[in-house]
Write a new protein. Structure first.
Length: 439
């Protein structure tokens, strides 16, 4: 064991992410944001490094690493004494965001117990900043918190050629989810888990659900990405249509995705009757946790909608209400993970070669709200995606609104989970359907 200061033990959810990463089954959660000025100022190290110093000195999560055996429950975050920013940042000559996202979503952190923190940065030639971080230090909103803080720091911090080494202050990580919420599972959660374990497969919802190709038998994270951008005018009309029908952007994207998938699977409807969908839900609004801090405050909702190729606003409205209810009640189901946290490695290894649990996962970070600080810097288009492309959902759909009002969507899949041609046809139909609803 090192002599570094132990900040706190990892929570059961943070251990879940850490075990998956340790086994080579996961990479990083990744966001990108393009930083601009009216003078087209290049984002050099003289500008960026002083700003990153401000972030590291403000957010404890940016100055820790993991200590302990990462496929066990005995793990802790420890505080690094210093961080050399120059070892965390790569300046690229490319401006290809898709390729950058694919790279970072395919490569985890090389050493989570060395002398570097649990994140890295790539600056593309067009000032797009790609932030890749270990899932244990933050959820999707932690990533928007990073860009919010970086934009604020760039506005307030002058250019400097000072040392790239940052002394880590004595900051405390925010408490984990189990310290802010009652996550004890109910009797219903126990019975549901028991049914899934003991009932014949043909009796279960997952039996006739589409979930893409099985989890591969070889552990290798090879993530593919496609990007869609919708103009502010298109995104605004889409959101207005959602509100007019009593739906939300998330619930509408959900029904739209199911209908597009149904159109692609019509060749043999006897095989698949439903699709298994995972919807991550932020618990920050439920428990009063700010959106500009680091932490993992999420639960999820699993559904099995029928594969209906017809889009329905009524279904979108009903699902909006369902998500609202689930956000406030379903988080206690996470407590089931605590019962098996010493068996995470066994669980993940047991998924190899088996049917996936989810066909697609849909995440929506909402619109990024830039800090109200005067300055020459602004943020344009943004993209976001978690990884989990090996054992997770066959297709990940991740949306984020940028400060200009545009809506940007990342489609992510593993090389062994879906065929590229299938995803490209899906994204094409998705785009047409989106524009049709916003016409």
């Amino acid at each position: 064991m090192s002599t570094l200061h132990h900040v706190r033990p990892l929570s059961f959810l943070e251990k879940y992410y850490t075990t998956r990463h340790f086994l080579g089954m996961d990479a990083c959660v990744v966001t990108s944001a393009r930083y601009t000025t009216t003078e087209n100022t290049p984002l050099t190290k003289e500008l960026l490094f002083p700003a990153l110093r401000i972030l590291i000195e403000a957010h404890a999560a940016l100055g820790v690493r993991i200590e302990g055996k990462e496929d066990t429950a005995d793990l802790a975050f420890v505080r690094l004494p210093t961080v050399d920013v120059s070892r965390l940042v790569e300046f690229s000559t490319s401006s290809n965001v898709q390729e950058a996202l694919e790279k970072h979503l395919s490569h985890g952190l090389e050493n989570t117990q060395g002398d570097l923190p649990l994140w890295r940065l790539e600056v593309l030639a067009d000032n797009t900043v790609v932030f890749a971080a270990h899932h244990s230090i933050g959820d999707g909103l932690s990533h928007t918190a990073f860009h919010n803080s970086l934009l604020r720091a760039l506005q307030e911090t002058p250019s400097s050629t000072s040392s790239s080494s940052v002394v880590i202050p004595e900051l405390t990580l925010l408490p984990p989810i189990e310290d802010v919420a009652d996550i004890r599972p109910t009797v219903w959660h126990f019975l549901a888990a028991l049914y899934e374990l003991l009932a014949p497969k043909s009796w279960q919802k997952s039996f006739s659900a589409w979930t893409g190709k099985p989890v591969p038998t070889v552990i290798a994270v090879d993530t593919r990405v496609r990007l869609l951008q919708f103009k502010p005018s298109e995104a605004t009309r889409f959101a207005e249509a959602c509100r007019a029908h009593g739906a939300t952007v998330t619930s509408t994207l959900y029904v739209l995705s199911v209908s597009v998938l149904a159109r692609l699977l019509t060749s043999d409807p006897r095989i698949y009757k439903t699709v298994s969908v995972l919807i991550p839900l932020s618990l920050r609004p439920v428990f009063g946790i700010a959106s500009d801090v680091f932490g993992n405050y999420i639960s999820s909702h699993n559904t099995y909608p029928a594969l209906d190729s017809a889009f329905s606003w009524a279904t979108a409205a009903r699902f909006a209400a369902e998500l609202q209810e689930q956000r406030s009640t379903n988080y206690r189901a996470m407590g089931m993970l605590r019962l098996v946290e010493k068996q995470y490695a066994r669980f993940f290894m047991g998924t190899l070669g088996k049917k996936r649990r989810f066909g697609f996962a849909l995440s929506n970070l909402g619109r990024f709200e830039a800090p109200s600080v005067e300055g020459s810097w602004s943020i344009g288009e943004m993209f976001f995606s978690p990884c989990d492309s090996l054992t997770g959902a066959a297709l990940g759909i991740s949306a984020v609104g940028d400060p200009t009002g545009g809506l940007n969507i990342t489609f992510k899949w593993g090389a062994e989970s879906l065929d590229t041609e299938f995803v490209e046809e899906f994204t094409s139909l998705f785009r047409d359907a989106f524009l049709g609803l916003s016409a």
